[in-house]
Design a protein around this ligand. Sequence first.
Ligand code: IPM
Ligand code: MG
Length: 358
Amino acid sequence: MGKNRARVMLLPGDGVGPEVTAEVEAVLRQIADRGHWELSVVEGLIGGASIDRYGLPVTDATLASCRTADAVFKGPVGGPKWDHLRGEQRCEAGLLRLRKELDAFANLRPTAVRPSLASVSPLRPERLAEGVDLLIVRELTGCAYFGQPKGRFGDRAVDTMAYTVDEVRRLARVGFELARSRKRRVTSVDKANVLESSRLWRDVVTEVAAEYPDVQLEHQLVDSCAMLLISRPSLFDVIITGNLFGDILSDEAGVLVGSLGMLPSASLGSPGTPGLYEPVHGAAPDIAGQGKANPVGSLLSLALLLRYSLDHPDEAARLEAAIGSVLDDGIRTMDVAGSGDHVVSTAAFGQEVRRRLA
Ligand code: IPM
Ligand code: MG
């Protein structure tokens, strides 16, 4: 049984963040009303919005509020206004701190190409013909993002790519578990021909694979994976990889669907901790406030929130189906519109999704 009392924290962020978050909130409220849930929505600041107000990309009070929520939805952060800031002052530092403090170590980034959207992809149709439906499971709280030492030391700058056995093991288990509800194939991506941390990664993943004899495991080097992801994307089911490689590969996966605006993400910690949900796209300051942003990545993130944090898989599936049907009917934001499609604003897209859910 899903939760019918839920506390959801919304962090709209910067740029197009407030526009896409407004659609998430409206859909969430509609679903909660219909199900007679007791929903409490709390809003907070992150990124540039928080810097402007408090001088910090995220405050302790906001983090505390996130920790007591059932789930956190976060919009993108950053923009030219804050680009001169360094290190801990930067917008991104707020996001990294949030991920770390929630211990949201498993970042799920699904990418599926709908047949009706295949023509929007820059890939040749024959490369998509076998279908693309893959899930990147990116480790999110380790690697060069957090490894110590880190910093400027005289004329040198250092980042440390490091992994422990436990960090790799818990991430790998998430990937293998999810593969069981999919095509039971895991591709583990590393750079074990060069990096020590990747050799540890490969050893631990191989060990974990023994717990899942029903799942097929393959190891791939990240450079070769980058090539195959774009040349033969249908080869993949679940990709498990480290923080930095996963960051890069997930943007590449965004190319397959034609727009980064389409991709959702869920970042999960241990059971009982709030999940963090974010679209994969950035703040896009060039189109902010114009109603041009694609809300699909955010609305699909809400579906993941319903599934993984509020335990409402049926509502999640209904929302995914509604979003899909709007897209299939050619009602789209400009980034994914083909000839003959009806181009709509962020808000009009959201409204159409709600109309179909009603
Ligand atoms: C992402 C983003 C972030 C990351 C940035 C904004 C810190 O690129 O979520 O993919 O590198 O993780
Ligand atoms: Mg990224």
